[in-house]
Design a protein around this ligand. Structure first.
Ligand SMILES: [Zn+2]
Ligand SMILES: [Zn+2]
Length: 629
């Protein structure tokens, strides 16, 4: 545990606070500082989206009251990105920041390969620097100054200066504090016209507002829908919801001016039909850079604050909360639903509401008549949720209720019950089903001819665990084994490990204890492997060599169930490793400031030419799904 920890200053980057800790600790090696801060010396010193924050909070002095969430929300750039990510991804990213996440959060969040690059250097405002020294006796790195798209200080309205500290550093285990040496005022500050300066100040204020007023992530369609609402008023959208693309681009460029958009890497080309402005109001699954959303908000609503505070007075479903129709909980037909997302029905263009209840039920309906009766219409059920499905299973399999009684109990019709019993593969007493249970435990795709797929999986397992016996594999992957045993027995016998290693049983060994110890050692080595600058494939052999437990891991694994389960999770097949290497190569190319091209990725990741299509697919997929437009 740390004996002291400097209090973070207002809007100070966590990176900066940790740098100040290093100086005050008097440690001469940054590695010692890392060990003290995280009880682990492989954590990477990341400026914007750091990881391993739970471990840090654990090390804080007893009386310190900082939580991981506070540190993330107030001292990292998380809240700049999170409102614009799909909910699930925003949660995953926050969890990765808390955990000892070995991968690169930039890749995960979508900043890598974005058309808006990361900053090359940490930046500072000369006036803030002076004021901080006066007020606190020392200067510090301000979070808002390190945000892409913020070119001026929102407090002083003057352009930010580059320091000499690189944003992505070669020595990734060191925190650099602000010093007079690394923050010299450079004369090469760009000259912004008064008009540009005004826009940049407003944009910086929008970002400052976002940091002060955390916004929840939204559904993928939320922002588009809100922009369209305003565009309808501005006659930029036809009655049939077609966007007048040319007028939109004209008005947008006219509103900001070409130079300003170029400074922000947000200029739009008329001849490029997939430009970001056209895309951001088009139905798609792309994620857009926060700066582009802020530009849209200012263009259509006046500011980010106006956007988030103004709900457009558009309430086709009246005021909430709305009714829940989950027959398995005690709030059936009670106003419990507070989460409503409005989109438009593709067929009749009517507003379509998606109602999500905290009990897990989600349903949608279009807004038609405005009579109170309409509130009792359920529309289309998207899911009844886990609670309901569990209750169904109990009624059908444990209480063995009849079809009608089950339907009555869950307040739905018998057709619904039949459908879900089939879908969930339940064994109902009133149903004569011969459906075979599907193999689980490994990913088994719904394939017309699963045999080839399963055979491949069986072969891959043997490559991943070259020393595992058939029995070990059977125990570890029972579903896959049983499927092959039932449907492809002859092939299975010919393609299984033949060598049965005799295992001498030594009763005096406490295997349970040994299992726990081994797992800890293995975990430590895996963390190290994941933190290597150049990715290393994680195999049992390599872990064995690094832990000095090679023989045990290869021959006694079936006595170490915890270790075995952990290994099966983390070890990588060739394909899995290649995929990680590809992700790494993409990040690396981007870090060097080069354009991400498939052939470059292949060369850096050391992937053979015949795999071109596969790599191209990954690169395109990454651009499609985790790329900020
Ligand atoms: Zn300032
Ligand atoms: Zn509910």
């Amino acid at each position: 545990m740390l004996s002291f920890f400097p209090s973070p200053y207002p809007d100070e980057l966590l990176y900066s606070t940790l740098g100040r800790y290093h100086i005050r600790s008097g440690n001469n090696s940054p590695k010692i500082t890392l060990k003290e801060l995280y009880n682990d010396n492989n954590t990477i010193a990341t400026v914007d989206l750091p990881c391993n924050i739970d471990a840090l909070v654990n090390q804080l002095p007893l009386l310190s009251s900082y939580t991981a969430d506070e540190l993330i929300d107030n001292h990292t750039l998380y809240l700049f990105y999170s409102p614009f990510l799909p909910t699930k991804r925003a949660i995953t990213i926050k969890n990765s920041m808390k955990a000892n996440y070995g991968g690169n959060i930039h890749t995960r969040i979508g900043i890598v390969a974005s058309s808006i690059p990361l900053l090359p250097f940490l930046r500072f405002c000369p006036d803030c620097l002076k004021e901080d020294e006066k007020q606190y006796g020392e200067a510090y790195w301000h979070r808002i100054h390190q945000t892409a798209g913020v070119l001026v200080c929102p407090h002083h309205g003057i352009p930010l200066h580059n320091s000499t500290v690189a944003f992505q550093r070669l020595n990734r285990h060191e925190y650099e504090v602000i010093t007079p040496q690394n923050c010299q005022q450079n004369t090469s500050i760009p000259y912004y016209s008064p008009q540009a300066l005004k826009t940049f100040i407003q944009l910086a204020q929008d970002v400052a507002w976002l940091f002060k007023h955390p916004q929840s992530p939204q559904s993928m369609d939320y922002y588009r829908q809100r922009y369209l609402n305003r565009m309808i008023e501005r006659k930029l959208v036809t009655a049939s919801h077609r966007v007048h693309q040319k007028s939109l681009i004209d008005q947008f460029i006219c509103f900001y001016g070409r130079h300003i958009l170029e400074y922000l890497n947000c200029m739009i080309a008329y001849n490029d039909s997939s430009n970001w402005l056209s895309n951001i109001v088009r139905k798609n699954r792309k994620v857009f850079h926060p700066i582009r959303h802020l530009l849209m908000m200012r263009f259509l609503y006046g500011s980010a604050e106006a956007f988030f505070k103004n709900e457009d007075n558009y309430k086709p479903f009246g005021d909430g909360p709305w009714l829940c129709f989950n027959g398995a909980v005690d709030h059936y037909k009670q106003p419990m639903v507070t989460n409503l997302q409005i989109s438009h029905c593709l067929e009749n263009k009517k507003p379509l509401g998606t109602f999500t209840c905290s009990c897990g039920m989600i349903y949608s309906r279009t807004a038609s008549d405005k009579t109170p009766k309409d509130n009792y219409r359920i529309g289309r059920v998207i899911t009844y949720g886990e609670i309901w499905e569990k209750r169904l299973q109990e009624l059908v399999e444990v209480e063995k209720l009849g079809l009608r009684a089950t339907a009555r109990a869950l307040k739905v019709d018998t057709r619904t019950i039949k459908r879900y019993v089939h879908k969930l593969e339940l064994n109902a007493s009133w149903q004569s089903s011969t459906s075979q249970p599907k193999p689980a435990n490994t990913q088994l795709p719904d394939h017309n001819n699963p045999k080839l797929e399963y055979r491949q999986q069986w072969l891959d397992l043997q490559k991943t665990y070259p020393d595992a016996t058939k029995t070990t594999l059977r125990k570890q992957f029972p579903a896959l084994y049983m499927w092959l045993y039932r449907n492809d027995k002859e092939w299975l016998n010919e393609h299984s490990p033949t060598l049965q290693r005799p295992v001498s049983v030594n009763n005096r060994v406490n295997w349970e204890e040994r299992d726990k110890q081994t797992k800890l050692q293995v975990e430590e080595v895996v963390t190290q492997l994941l933190n290597f600058d150049v990715p290393q494939r994680i195999t049992i052999g390599k872990i064995g060599t690094m832990t000095g437990l090679k023989a045990m891991l290869e021959q006694k694994l079936d006595k170490l169930p915890l270790t075995q389960a952990y290994l099966s999770e983390v070890t990588e097949s060739v394909t899995k490793f290649q995929n990680r290497r590809i992700q790494w190569a993409i990040t690396e190319i981007h870090r060097r400031g080069e354009e991400v091209k498939t052939w470059k990725v292949m060369r850096l990741a050391g992937i053979k030419e015949q795999e071109f299509e596969r790599v191209e697919k990954i690169v395109l997929n990454m651009k499609e799904n985790t790329y900020f437009y």
